[in-house]
Design a protein around this ligand. Structure first.
Ligand SMILES: [Zn+2]
Length: 366
């Protein structure tokens, strides 16, 4: 009888919790194990003080998100950061200490690293209240990544970008371990120990992503169609030779940030070269040429998606956005912690491009 009534109370709590959308305050259901029960002596031993407690099942506590406190905004901006080398030549390159400071700021202020692939798919798996951020590195520079042999193993050289991300993610595992590297396939991809294939494979095996920045870093603004196809398609063929045919590349970064105009624009994201077809979901500019809307926002421009320069310097560089989001937190993406739900503050739902959302995602307006 006692157990029955406990279950009834739980059911009532659950039902009222689910129905009350307007005040969805945190609802922690008391588990059965937490409810005081009178010990039932099941076995009387010679020692009268020894009592064996009944075994009761311990269900997981049910916790509903507190929307008023977390204020998730999954139509908010996601920063895509553009780095190059790790040495002191700002604003495109920054010294190791500054890169460490960037990561520390991100972590301390609730940013979590996500992959370009998750950014593009909209399936973002980070805890409630945190903000996703994407790191990109152009040009395949040795200070971004190079390997050396230590005790028979290939490991990143100290104070390269990858070394610093690894070091940071080891210290703070919940920060994530993601970045994407846009390489020029004929300009030498990183340096140091190992072959080009081993270097790229090391990155991919570790969960990083690789894609193309053209074969020779051409200025696409001035390139004819044949050259565009060769530079992009040819570099994809080379990357597939190194990483395997099945390796998927969904994004592209414009060298010098200059993109072809008019008729030729479309060949950047979709084209065929030597019987090999490529198709990207996004072309990344140099610098912040627009708001950092998500790929499922109606204002998303797949041909010219902005990136913030990873620098403290100028207006619309990374630290300018950091400070702007401190003052205006409502601008940035704040996760609800649920991968299959898009939580959107009322009024922002008209910005959703539903066709760009993956199937099975529930839109939740509050
Ligand atoms: Zn470049």
């Amino acid at each position: 009888m006692k157990r029955k009534s406990v279950i009834l109370v739980l059911l009532v709590l659950l039902l009222t919790g689910c129905g009350a959308k307007k005040q969805p305050n945190t609802l922690t259901i008391t588990t059965e194990s937490q409810i005081p029960t009178t010990p039932l002596p099941t076995t009387q031993t010679e020692d009268a003080s020894t009592v064996i407690l009944p075994i009761v099942p311990v269900p997981e506590p049910v916790v509903e998100l507190d929307y008023e406190v977390v204020k998730p905004n999954e139509m908010g901006n996601i920063l895509v950061v553009m780095y190059h080398g790790i040495y002191d030549n700002q604003p495109y390159h920054i010294p190791a200490e500054q890169f460490r400071r960037d990561l520390q700021y991100m972590y301390d202020n609730g940013y979590r690293l996500i992959s370009m692939s998750d950014y593009l798919s909209g399936q973002i798996d980070i805890p409630a209240g945190t903000t996703p951020i994407v790191l990109t590195f152009d040009d395949g520079l040795p200070t971004t990544f190079s390997l050396e042999e230590r005790e028979g193993q290939l490991v990143p050289v100290k104070d390269t970008a990858v070394y610093i991300i690894e070091e940071f993610s080891d210290k703070y595992p919940d920060f994530g371990r993601n970045a994407i590297f846009y390489v020029n396939t004929s300009n030498g991809m990183f340096t140091g120990a190992g072959t080009e294939q081993e270097r790229l494979q090391w990155l991919v095996d570790r969960g990083y992503e690789v894609s193309t920045h053209t074969d020779t870093h051409i200025n696409m603004d001035k390139a004819p169609k044949d050259l565009l196809l060769k530079e992009i398609g040819g570099s994809i063929i080379k990357l597939h030779d190194l990483l395997g045919e099945e390796y998927v590349m969904e994004s592209f970064a414009y060298p010098f940030g200059s993109k072809p105009s008019g008729e030729l624009e479309k060949y950047v994201l979709d084209g065929t070269y030597e019987n090999s077809t490529y198709s990207f979901k996004i072309g990344l500019a140099v610098g912040a040429s627009g708001p950092f809307v998500t790929p499922y926002h109606i204002n998303f421009n797949k041909y010219k998606a902005p990136r913030a320069r990873g620098s403290e310097g100028d207006i619309q560089d990374l630290w300018w956005f950091f400070k702007d989001y401190e003052k205006n937190p409502q601008k940035k993406y704040i996760s609800d912690g649920m991968i299959d739900r898009l939580s959107v503050p009322a009024g922002k739902e008209e910005n959703i491009n539903k066709e760009a959302l993956p199937e099975g995602i529930e839109i939740y307006i509050y």
